[in-house]
Ligand binder design. Sequence first.
Ligand code: AHR
Length: 503
Amino acid sequence: MTTARAVIDLDVPGDVISRHLYGHFAEHLGRCIYDGFWVGEDSAIPNVRGIRSDVVEALRALGIPNLRWPGGCFADDYHWRDGIGPREQRPQMVNSHWGDIVENNHFGTHEFMDLCDLLGADAYVNGNVGSGTVREMSEWVEYLTRDGDSPMARLRRENGRDEPWRVPFWGIGNEAWGCGGNMTPEQYAAEARRYGTYCRNHGGNELYRIAAGASDDDVKWTRTLMESLGCLTCGQQPAPVFQGISFHYYTHAGPGIASEPATAFTTEQYYGTMRKALDVERVIRRHEAVMDSYDPDRRIGLVLDEWGTWWNVEPGTNPGFLFQQNTVRDALVASVHFDAFHRHAGRLKMANIAQTLNVLQAMILTDDSGAMVLTPTYHVFEMNRGHHDATALAAHVLDAPAADDGVPAVSMSASLSPSGDTALLSLSNLSIDEPLEVRVDLRGRAATVTRARVLTGTDATAHNSAAAPDAVAPAVLETALEAGALSVTLPPHSFATVELALA
Ligand code: AHR
């Protein structure tokens, strides 16, 4: 068995890991909203005002911090006024991006804000730049957030909601280089400034406006947006028109390697996937480097508002619905991303997995028989919950055996809880077939293990289904800790967390 060695300084805290790095994304795509979150008030599936109750409960258990909606590509086709008022009178539209199906607009602004309230999550509303207008976006902000008397506040009240909602996060379009309008970076930067100007703070609602960002490591896009903000270090400057810049990064089996359905992959495809997932850190670094050169004080946040695996759809399902299973491989893609997020928490302020339910790398799969399945990725989010708003601790890996070319056997990260009394370690064994012993030298404070869990399956393709919902579920992990030396043995293709009480 190979051994990896690491050192963690428990008394040297770094940046705060925003809970918003564990954010979510729900688009009008396939069965994410309809037949996912939204079953309708008359459904036999238990629901609150049409929203599926078991799904809400499962996501509350993750401490879901925010939810991005209504897209994605759908956002730049969406006209919010079609989604308010009596449901049966709402106009229909064609969802051209996703299956070319007719959308009835039964899930709109009020339903989304109700969902956020039920989840206890912050709303991240993504406005329409591609086919919308500045006025339309400005009025949506007013409708949602304005107290007192105004045309949009009155309209909201006519539709049954007296109080304004709190909307902390606002997206100015999506993928403007592609489905959001096929713009050049210069064109979009000008639009982002214009739209950002008219997304106003009403009353006490302060918007964190997020400019639509790059695909992968297109740092020219990020540079153009940073440049458009003017000098951020020149004394008294007006507040920037947007506070965050996004980028999107999806994981597949690697360049030139076919993406099969989620559960059918070779060892080559497994390691290709790990290489691609690990590469997110290089991409984050590239965007950070550009942002640092304009904004050394980190006034502008980096936001990865779409990430996750993208496989061929499950056989027999609508190709436009992006429905895929979720295996131990997906769980490790998630754990590797979180390790990188923790290390870059100083600049990376939010991340949203694509997508929460029934689409791409989902936490939850549902069917209309009423079954709900928690995926291996769900368990990674749950096991990592202790990192929310904790302080990153550097985890120095000293001896790192390789699992494959460019894939280290171990990925890990650690954090100190906000109270400072506990720490959480996350460890992944990326080898598909070898167990791994990890020895961690815990320095600076005395520690005892309070709980240790491991997530794995019979092989890396293991997954959960309605027939076998717990094929991949957290189990107890044996640990040894003596005189600050922690030792764990991780099975092949596994993720583990170790919770420590600190003296
Ligand atoms: O998440 C699915 C799609 O991927 C989103 O709509 C789009 O923004 C991205 O290309």
